[in-house]
Ligand binder design. Structure first.
Ligand code: MN
Ligand code: MN
Length: 283
């Protein structure tokens, strides 16, 4: 009798393990082949509503991990190539993201009003100009963080501009941007949250660019000589406008956030490109 119970128990464990594997496989299939997650899913985000701190959202224009409690993305990942750049006008239609689970707090276009922080895009408006629809997608509030105006309008704007310059020079770029920590200083002074505590103000804002000559089979072309630019900036109004002052390693961002960036790249290649601070040109 005891032995039969034991057999049933083992059998049950096997079924549970099978279900678990099927879940993981389903999640992986969901984002494998996704252009914006080609280099990996840094935090292992999933589309399960119970994963409120690390909720995966896939859009045609970008992919992100959302934190319900922070009211911001943890990170946003996207690809910049000539296909994404066109002549569409800036739509300026900041709005709640209808793709969020219904019961979650929805940050609105006016949630940041009077806070002293900008509605700072992760995927920039100017990176998505091939159609009005693509541009409008960047104005969903799930793509925003409360960003100190100087950081947004100077430091970050310059880095965004440089990214598109690289594309004009014949490159394509895989970008991941994220933020972490609590407390920044905007034009009304220091704050740890805004919008009645519904939106956390991050302390640090980082970005990683992987730069490749335009071509095919992008993941396979990443090797130990691939240019990787990593920056990590303070979310305040005294930040220097020159983003190159904040260059760091991917490894440093990984240890600050606990993520595994570029996880789809072979480990031996990650080891080399993640431990190097970019020495390249900055304009
Ligand atoms: Mn911005
Ligand atoms: Mn990594």
């Amino acid at each position: 009798m005891l032995q039969r119970g034991y057999t049933y128990f083992l059998f049950l464990l096997l079924i549970l393990a099978g279900c678990q594997n099927a879940q993981v496989a389903k999640q992986q299939a969901l984002y494998q082949g996704n252009e914006h997650l080609l280099l990996g899913n840094p935090s292992g985000a999933t589309t399960s509503e119970s994963n409120a701190g690390n909720y995966l959202m896939l859009k045609p224009q970008y992919a992100l991990s959302y934190s319900r409690d922070r009211g911001t993305p943890n990170w946003v990942s996207w690809h910049v190539s000539p296909d994404w750049l066109g002549t569409a006008d800036r739509q300026d239609n900041f709005r709640p993201d209808p793709a969020l689970p219904e019961s979650w707090y929805h940050v609105t276009g006016s949630s940041y009003k009077g806070s002293g922080f900008d509605r700072g895009h992760n995927t920039p408006s100017a990176d998505r100009t091939s159609s009005e629809e693509d541009n409008a997608a960047t104005f969903l509030m799930t793509n925003m963080i409360p960003q100190a105006p100087e950081n947004n309008q100077q430091t970050w704007a310059n880095l965004e501009e440089y990214t598109r310059e690289l594309v004009e020079q014949g490159m394509e770029v895989y970008v991941v941007m994220g933020s972490y920590g609590e407390g920044g200083t905007g034009s009304n002074g220091r704050a740890t949250s805004i919008d009645n505590g519904n939106v956390t103000v991050p302390a640090r804002i980082w970005k990683v660019l992987v730069v490749l000559p335009q071509g095919d089979n992008d993941l396979q072309r990443i090797n130990t000589s691939t240019r990787v630019i990593a920056v990590d900036t303070p979310n305040n109004n005294t930040v220097n406008a020159n983003w190159s002052n904040y260059r760091t390693t991917v490894d440093a961002i990984e240890s600050a956030t606990g993520y595994d960036l570029l996880s789809a790249v072979p480990k031996q290649v990650q080891q080399v490109i993640e431990s190097r601070t970019d020495p390249g040109p900055v304009q």
